[in-house]
Ligand binder design. Sequence first.
Ligand code: FA5
Length: 341
Amino acid sequence: MDELDEMLLAAENDIQNTQTSDSLGAFYAEYFGKNGKIAEKMKIMKDLAVEKKKEFGMKMNSLKEKLQSLIHDREVAIAEAKLNKRVQSTPTLDLTIPSTEKRGSLHPITIIQNRVVEIFTSMGFTVEDGYEIETEYNNFEAVNVPKNHPARDMQDTFYLDNGQVLKTHTSAAQNRIMRKYGAPLKAIFPGRCFRNEELDASHENTFFQIEGMMIDKDVSISNLIYFMKEMLTRVFGKEINVRLRPGFFPFVEPGFELDISCPYCDGEGCRVCKHSGWIELCPCGMIHPRVLEMGRINPEEYRGFAFGLGFSRLAMMNYDITEIRLLNSGNIRALSQAGIK
Ligand code: FA5
């Protein structure tokens, strides 16, 4: 029996000195394995007298239970120590702490678009969505640009195998919207446009426009001037004057180029307006009767104006960006400077 007490004492000591779960596993096998120390001791049993056998059996059971409980406790202690060590050596990561990194900002185009959309909706215009992939009919024929018309050269685009096109202008949605709502109608439709262009500082193959249309019985050029002046004055936050020059677009008659008084020098003349005091901003005009007809609106009864404002260029003016390609560049440092302005 003393031997068993000695064995327990030695085992307790060994367990406490064990530092890893691997060596604890080895210890377990040494004692509880098939040919381990306990199995070895149990061999004595068969030679003991009956009354001693019982006492020995009870003592062995209590020794085994004690060892198993000590091994379990040690295993837990080793795991805890390992975890504590890892926690202490890992830099603290608290995902709930607000980032010290700079937050993201809206893209300059989005900021301008939101502003223009808000202004037009406050004046009773509905906001419509155009498709980016359009039928050739909607992009060209429905706005009075038949096949082989020279105006198509100005808006070469990317053709898909199925004959559809990446829309070259937001005017591509005019026909669908006229047919959807009929007259009277006041709608704006911002969107991404694509052209197969020679790229330079002010021409991109992917850019943004916003189209506006107002159709009613008494709509005139004065309404067009009023809405454009009001919108631009609110975008630039100062009184903006506008002027119209003749401009040709097959879908308007008469057609205009709308210039604005230079917001940088208030018409005095500066680098931006090339010392003319005016900046060309937005083509527009009175919707051609054929375009109304194709939109199933009676041109005898209704008239309307339409404009197609280049958002990309408006954003450039607003944020003093001189290179249009920056807008699609994903250059976050540059874009966020504009975004936070
Ligand atoms: C049009 O796209 C006509 N659909 C506008 C219109 C609508 C006229 C309704 C009359 C009535 P234009 O091709 O000029 O017109 O383009 C309009 C504006 O889009 C330009 O003033 C310019 O700001 C912008 N734009 C055109 N091409 C590019 C380009 N490659 N890169 C960046 N902006 C462009």
